[in-house]
Structure formats: C-alpha cells, structure tokens
Design a binder for this molecule. Structure first.
Ligand code: FAD
Ligand code: NAP
Length: 344
C-alpha cells in the first residue's frame, strides 16, 4: 500500500497563527503502519519532514520544501489503575474533559490548552502549577533512525520547563505516536497560582470547579485563535542565575520572581510590558493588549492575507521586542514556538 500524499497544500488552516505557507507534499496519518510508509517515502526522496499536530505552537516562516506530516492517530483508553493510553492525534483539551468525566483526576489545571496529545511532551506543556511531567508515565514513538516504534519512560524524556529530549537530542528524529499518563481517583488540588486561588475564593475546590475556573480565567485573558490568530505565549519565561537576578531586582524592585530549579524565573510578560510593547502593533502583527506574551496575527478583513502578512513579519516583531528587552534589562528572551523552516 503506498502512502496518500497530496501536493502543494495550503497550511494556513493548519496553524493557529493562520500564517500563509504551502507544503510541497502533505499527508495526514491515522495508522502507525501508514506512518512508517510515509516516513520511508519521504526518506527515499530526501525530503525534510515537518511534523504537525494542531499547529498551535509553530511559526510557519515560509513554504515547506518537503513533506508536512499531520499526526492524526486516534484512540484513548483508561484502565482500572488510572493508566491512560492516548494516541498522538487525540485533542488535548477533549482528553482533559474525558478523564474528568470519568472521575480520573490530575489534568484539571491543564484544561483548554490547544493542540494534540502527541505534542504535549514536546515542550512538556504546563499551566497553573501543573506540567505534563507530573502525570506522564511514558511516550511511544516512531524512531526515524531505527525505523521502529519504541517506548521511552518519562524519566528518559528529560522533561524540563517547556523543554524535553524531543526538542533537543531527538529533535527531528522521533515522531510521538502516543503517551501514557497516570491519573488518580483522589483529587489533590494544585492551587499555587494566585490567579486561580483568587478566582476560587472560599469555594470548596472540587476537580470540576478547578477545571471550570481555569477555563474561565483562560477565556478572560487569552485571545481565541479562531478570532485572533496566535500561538499562545511567544516567549519563554527566562530563568536567571541568583546573582543576575539580584542585580536586576536591585534596579527593578517590582520585578516579579518565582523560584526555579536552576535559579529564579522571571515573567517574560512583565519584561515585554515594561519595555512598552503591550498592545502595540506593527503592520499585521501585534502584541495582545491583555497578555503581553501573546503575539497576534491581525488578518485582513476579508480573511485573506497579502504576501507581507507572513511569518517573517511576525518574527521581525518578535526580534524587535527581544532587542528592546535586552537593551533595557540585559535579558535574552527565547521563542517558545518552533520556527519552520528553521532560520539559517
Ligand atoms: P504543533 O504546533 O503542531 O507542534 C508543536 C511542535 O511539536 C512542533 O515542533 C512539531 O513538529 C512538534 N510535534 C507535534 N506533534 C508531534 C508528534 N506527534 N511527534 C513529534 N513532534 C511533534 N502551551 C503550554 O505549555 N501551556 C499553555 O497553557 C498553553 N496555552 C496555549 C494557549 C493558546 C491560545 C495557544 C494557541 C497555545 C498554547 N500553548 C500552551 C501552546 C500549545 O498549545 C502547546 O505547545 C501544544 O502542546 C501544541 O500542540 P500542537 O498539537 O498544536 O503542536
Ligand atoms: P499568570 O497567572 O498571570 O502568571 C504570570 C507568570 O508568572 C506566568 O508566566 C507564570 O509562570 C508565573 N507564575 C505565577 N504564579 C506562579 C507560581 N506560583 N509559581 C511559579 N510561577 C508562577 O500567567 P498567565 O499568563 O495568565 O498564564 C497562566 C498559566 O497558563 C501559566 O502557567 C502559563 O504558563 C500558562 N499559559 C501558557 C501559554 C503557552 O503558550 N505556553 C499560554 C497561556 C497560558 P509559568 O508560565 O511558568 O507558569
């Protein structure tokens, strides 16, 4: 059976920033067997692979010269011990709702994160004090080097703050086909984030209430990509050494800070806002007026983009923000989304 490959496919509907880009070849895979054949097809032609889930954490900076592979593998199940097997193509938010509806707890704080389950380990998704690493048992995937499916225990995935082995040593070499989570019948609320605690007030924090409250906070603060195309946080929160942080905090006593494993985490949103970028717009791209970490692609009124409204324009805005934050605070901000084709 030969893989089903389409040519010259428009990727604009497949990325939440709605950036215009075409893939020379495109395939959506729904079976692991198809995945093997499709990867082999691309390898025979020496075509670079762009793996896509929901397209909510990518910047398409131009057309893709190889094969764009959408991972649409379906399926999920839970056993009596709360082990949840999820295929990579499942929608993350629907998974959160599904586990909660069955009385399996642990994913409440991660509600409403767009994208696929398969992408969740790539940047170790996190929100409101919980990250995937807290619930993950293993990742299954297709090793491009070996041409076979294998399983990595969570301890081998090097999960860190918005980082993993899949963004580092295994970048471009491993396609996630599924994940296994471990959830619990006992609900243990994680209420470390002030916004969540304040919104809950004195109410008894049931799992359903925490999920609903996180969802409401997110809906009030974050733009819906279907209305204002975006990729969530555009910059990672920098983690500064204790020494560097002390110097900066002396100059800026109001600088918010949070302890991190390797130093002190500083909110990138604060740095961007203090640099005067919140709510600013450059052409078709801008910084959201309620959340300075979110860059928006303001689409033309008729929903079509002119050639200029692409990833390059968005990356120019990001570079201008990064330069101002360095000039003012001496802090480098790293991009959170992956850029395709990669720069250089
Ligand atoms: P994509 O954007 O399709 O891909 C992202 C990266 O993962 C790419 O490098 C891609 O090649 C790779 N990838 C995708 N699937 C696979 C696979 N099966 N195998 C190998 N590589 C793969 N993130 C958070 O951590 N916390 C949040 O609270 C959060 N909130 C967000 C809110 C909004 C409004 C938006 C738009 C984004 C938000 N994000 C958040 C970012 C994003 O939702 C997550 O990073 C999500 O996991 C991306 O999933 P995706 O399927 O869309 O991945
Ligand atoms: P917020 O609650 O206003 O907090 C601002 C920043 O302070 C966040 O970046 C958060 O770091 C940090 N923070 C707050 N309380 C903390 C605590 N008790 N311990 C450690 N760090 C703390 O943030 P927000 O922008 O509205 O987002 C809320 C949550 O959703 C955050 O966890 C954020 O990461 C997540 N989110 C992520 C994306 C994305 O695309 N990655 C998009 C939207 C929201 P962290 O970001 O490290 O948590």
């Amino acid at each position: 059976m030969s893989p089903i490959i389409a040519e010259q496919i428009d990727l604009q509907p497949l990325n939440t920033l709605a950036l215009p880009a075409r893939a020379r070849y495109f395939s959506a895979v729904t079976h692991v067997a198809e995945l093997a054949e499709t990867v082999a097809w691309a390898q025979r032609r020496a075509l670079p692979l762009l793996v896509l889930g929901g397209g909510s954490n990518v910047v398409l900076a131009g057309d893709w010269p190889g094969l764009a592979l959408r991972i649409a593998l379906p399926g999920r199940s839970v056993d009596a011990e709360g082990r949840v097997e999820v295929a990579a193509g499942e929608n993350w938010h629907e998974l959160v709702q599904w586990t909660l509806a069955q009385g399996w707890y642990g994913l409440e704080n991660l509600t409403l994160i767009p994208g696929s389950a398969g992408a969740a380990p790539i940047q170790n998704i996190g929100a409101y004090g919980v990250e995937l690493a807290d619930r993950l048992e293993a990742v299954r995937g297709w090793s491009i080097d070996d041409g076979r499916e294998l399983e990595l225990p969570a301890a081998e995935c090097r999960l860190a703050y918005r980082d993993s082995i899949f963004k580092q040593a295994l970048r471009g070499r491993f396609i996630v086909t599924g994940i296994r989570l471990r959830l619990s019948r006992r609900f243990e609320p994680v209420l470390s984030y002030p916004a969540l605690r304040e919104a809950l007030g004195d109410a008894e924090p049931t799992a359903e209430l925490v999920e609903r409250t996180v969802r409401q906070i997110r809906q009030s603060r974050l733009p819906d990509p279907a209305v204002l195309p975006n990729a969530g946080s555009f910059f990672k929160n920098p983690v500064l050494s204790a020494k560097r942080f002390a110097e900066l905090a002396a100059a800026y006593p109001a600088l918010p800070r949070f302890p991190a494993p390797d130093g002190v985490k500083v909110p990138a949103a604060w740095l961007v806002e203090q640099s005067g970028w919140k709510g600013r717009r450059l052409g078709a791209m801008g910084v959201h007026d309620r959340q300075a970490l979110v860059l928006i692609h303001y689409r033309d009124g008729d929903g079509r983009d002119s050639d200029g409204h692409g990833g390059a324009e968005l990356l120019a805005l990001a570079a201008a923000i990064q330069a101002d934050v360095v000039a003012r605070f001496g802090v480098a901000l790293d991009l959170e989304p992956a850029v395709y084709p990669p720069a250089g």
